[in-house]
Design a protein around this ligand. Structure first.
Ligand SMILES: [Zn+2]
Length: 241
């Protein structure tokens, strides 16, 4: 989550769960200088869009996202209509807030098929959403258009635009720098190589899970994407290529 506040506009990136709406609203009142103009969704997952309807109906925000985010949310009959994004980007989109200008960039088939990162121009800050899980195995949503190669491509393209002072806001984890982002990049490449080598040697996925990736990556396992789920992600993604 990220808040950009200028005298004319307040912009929020990602709305989290619905139950967080009032706490977020309190923070906006505390830190903002103007009412909430815009809410940007980095992608469609529930922990990033849950408070959309509140931000639109109660605070009056216009919701901005990649067009695939709207398509996926609209297909969910449970999702409140007031929370659907109405300003839709494809490859890129600019939002001018006066003091700051934001550039939204789409990275295709990465975490999902609707990922947008948000650069704060001139401030060397970028919110990359769930294209970054800090020092954790990432969630690549293979059922919603995500791919491991797309995820790697996104990190490679993004880090090529960064320097050592760039502040990266991840979807999950603390504020991080380029070196931390490259650790994730390298982990994905190396563990994918292992799974490919096992597959070439004729191992089945259950054997891969039983063997494990080794001590080197043990700390990357967490409750949502544990080592088994990461191996199965790499394996399923590999079979789909
Ligand atoms: Zn996500």
């Amino acid at each position: 989550m990220m808040l950009v506040a200028t005298p004319q506009h307040t912009l929020l990136v990602d709305a989290q769960f619905a139950r967080m709406a009032e706490a977020i609203s309190g923070k906006i009142s505390e830190l903002g200088q103007a009412p909430l103009s815009y809410l940007v969704n980095t992608h469609f997952h529930g922990d990033h869009v849950g408070a959309n309807a509140y931000m639109n109906e109660t605070l009056g925000a216009t919701i901005v996202a990649h067009r695939n985010v709207r398509t996926r949310l609209a297909a969910d009959s449970e999702f409140p209509r007031a929370g659907l994004p109405t300003v839709l980007g494809h490859n890129s989109l600019q939002i001018n807030l006066g003091e700051y200008s934001l550039t939204l960039e789409h990275y295709p088939t990465a975490h999902t098929d609707g990922d947008m990162v948000v650069w704060v121009e001139g401030a060397n800050i970028v919110h990359v959403g769930d294209l970054f899980f800090v020092d954790r195995f990432p969630f690549v949503d293979l059922n919603s258009g995500g791919t491991v190669q797309g995820y790697i491509n996104a990190i490679a393209a993004l880090t090529a635009k960064m320097d050592d002072d760039t502040q990266i806001v991840p979807g999950h984890g603390p504020l991080m720098n380029k070196a931390g982002y490259l650790r994730l990049h390298d982990m994905i490449i190396e563990t994918r190589e292992q799974v490919r080598a096992w597959h070439a040697a004729g191992a089945d996925v259950d054997t891969m899970v039983a063997t494990g990736l080794g001590e080197q990556w043990a700390d990357w396992s967490w409750n949502f994407i544990n080592e088994e789920r990461w191996i199965r992600t790499l394996y399923n993604d590999h079979l789909a290529q």
